[in-house]
Ligand binder design. Structure first.
Ligand code: FAD
Ligand code: DLZ
Ligand code: SF4
Length: 504
């Protein structure tokens, strides 16, 4: 007999390890362990989600006739790590071999490879592109642009294809998307599900001091609930998804976003099935092409591409720091006060829900961290800790690559930086801010305004030759010298205040 490892983000009946195993002979090993729950200070909601979903999935496997050796966090024999639990179960059942599906984080892949057991790490077939396929695609290319990869995934899956042509004649409908924040949103947000109180008590007891509110806990925690949320969102929000994908609102945390990443990344939903349901809604005339295409691109394009980059680049990817940024993460990332309303709102909703939507992650907290020159290792750790959907395979390329440009441009051909004007255009945050977005210098000026030019000036040698950034440098160079000097000195004093822990 063999052990069959099922990790907390592998909760899919179609998992390759389960497919390969013998239900009548093998034993499934699932374990709530301190190592996984504390390698970064996870948001309590994220831990509660994982344990609840794992317990329910174990019950489902047992109901289907699998023998499951399940370790709860408070079991006295719990060794505290996945490796330890495999060793313990190996002796208990007299098993020397393990069937597993490759983990989504290098640290676990490497740890399992070192075990004195025979560990098979199978391909994770829940993803559309295999590592080999991504490597083949990347080979010989000067630039790894997502858009080209995405078109191959459209052809491979047949999603939104009419024969060999993209539906409605275009691959990408983004020019119809990214509208400003609407006055009001007529979608009430994600469905709310009942928690497992026993898990909440355990998490409160062990991880209650971590950053983040455990209650109210409302996430979907099994495949049926995740499907219910998906169907609810397709019906009520998807038609507007594309239009307002990049909008941000003071009084609406979710806008038209799907909130499926937590379920999707844990295996409660299947990406291809999700995209097929979205395509069906488009084909039946309920959803416009810009919404359906925009959404499907996020899943079979960005999501698959990010995973491809993580595995292509190897375990050292997370420690890249091409711009040599060294600043510490300010306390307001962990909930301390800040006068910057956009940052304060994004962090507050991260704290309450372990969720922020893409543009908040990219253009508010990510943009701020990059402009302020924060060490990407701290930024990486923060994102991995605070979001319920964070696993290194998807978090690291988004943070190290897309958001912090710490990989030197593998993911993004130019850094995602902007002044306050972008945030003002896409949100209503600036109206409620103690800084003034229209003010370019002085005590009350929006910090993003001065930090933006300071960033460009500091990294001039690297970015000025980039044709996609030449406009920005031309604008900077056209500013009169006295103003440029004031901008740079204002940026310096603002950063000094930040470092000194003053109220910013
Ligand atoms: P929606 O806006 O409804 O989008 C639908 C789905 O598309 C998402 O559920 C997700 O599966 C996929 N998607 C969209 N953009 C991306 C992307 N850039 N990369 C991968 N998948 C994408 N996503 C994670 O799943 N885990 C992370 O740890 C994570 N960290 C991020 C860090 C930064 C700095 C940035 C800029 C983005 C990050 N993302 C991450 C991508 C994206 O922000 C989230 O997937 C999204 O906000 C999840 O919310 P949603 O389900 O409501 O998404
Ligand atoms: C995120 C997480 C947490 C909090 N706890 C566990 C756990 O106790 N046991 C487990 O098997 N998985 C857990 N996970 C998910 C893993 O961290 C995840 O499988 C790896 O990070 C690889 O993506
Ligand atoms: Fe953010 Fe600046 Fe707008 Fe304030 S003024 S909300 S700091 S962008």
């Amino acid at each position: 007999m063999k052990l069959v490892l099922v990790l907390g983000d592998q909760l899919s009946l179609a998992l390759s390890a389960l497919q390969q195993a013998d239900r009548a002979r093998d034993v499934v090993v699932m374990a709530e362990v301190a190592d996984e729950a504390s390698y970064v200070p996870h948001h309590p909601k994220r831990i509660a989600f994982t344990f609840t979903a794992m317990r329910k999935f174990a019950g489902k496997l047992q109901a289907q006739g699998w023998k499951v050796a399940y370790t709860r966090l408070d079991d006295p024999q719990n060794t505290g790590s996945i490796s330890g639990e495999l060793m313990r179960r190996g002796s208990e059942y007299g098993a020397g071999a393990v069937i597993s599906t490759q983990s989504g984080e290098w640290r676990l892949i490497l740890a399992l490879g070192e075990l004195p057991l025979e560990v098979e790490q199978l391909r994770d077939t829940r993803f559309i592109a295999s590592h080999q396929e991504f490597e083949n695609w990347a080979k010989g290319r000067k630039e790894l642009r997502m858009e080209w990869f995405y078109r191959d995934m459209r052809r491979k899956t047949g999603l939104l294809m009419d024969g060999d042509k993209p539906a409605e004649g275009k691959w990408n409908f983004d020019h119809d998307n990214r509208k400003k924040a609407p006055q009001s949103i007529d979608y009430e947000g994600p469905l709310q599900f009942a928690p497992d109180e026993e898990v909440l008590s355990l998490v409160e007891d062990r991880f209650g001091k971590n950053f983040g509110s455990l209650r109210p806990f409302w996430y979907a925690t099994d495949a049926e609930q995740a499907q219910e949320q998906l169907r609810h969102w397709i019906r009520h929000a998807l038609p507007f998804f594309g239009d307002y994908q990049d909008a941000m609102l003071n009084d609406n945390k979710f806008l038209y976003h799907s909130l499926i990443s937590v379920s999707l990344n844990a295996g409660l939903l299947d990406p291809l099935d999700v995209c097929k349901q979205v395509e069906d809604a488009y084909r039946s005339g309920d959803v416009p092409i810009n919404a359906a295409e925009g959404f499907i691109r996020q899943i079979i394009g960005w999501r698959e591409y990010m995973r491809g980059i993580y595995f292509l680049e190897g375990p050292d990817y997370v420690s890249r720091n091409v711009l040599q940024h060294t600043r510490k993460l300010p306390g307001f990332f962990w909930g301390a006060d800040t006068k910057m309303n956009c940052v304060s709102k994004t962090v507050a909703q991260t704290q309450s829900d372990a969720y922020a939507h893409h543009i908040q992650r990219l253009m508010v907290t990510g943009n701020f961290a990059l402009l302020a020159g924060i060490d990407p290792a701290y930024v990486h750790e923060w994102y991995l800790a605070v979001y319920a959907d964070a696993y290194e395979w998807v978090e690291a390329p988004n943070v190290i690559g897309m958001s912090q440009w710490a990989d030197g441009g593998i993911v993004g051909s130019k850094p995602y930086v902007s002044s306050g004007a972008y945030i003002d255009r896409m949100s209503d945050y600036c109206k409620n801010c103690r800084y003034k977005v229209k003010q370019k210098t002085g005590e009350e000026a929006c910090p993003f305004n001065v930090l933006y030019w300071d960033f460009l000036d500091r990294h001039r040698d690297r970015f000025a030759p980039n044709p996609r950034m030449s406009n920005m440098y031309r604008t900077w160079d056209r500013m009169d010298e006295a103003k440029r000097t004031t901008v740079l000195s204002d940026a310096k004093s603002w950063l000094n205040k930040l470092d000194a822990g003053d109220a910013v």
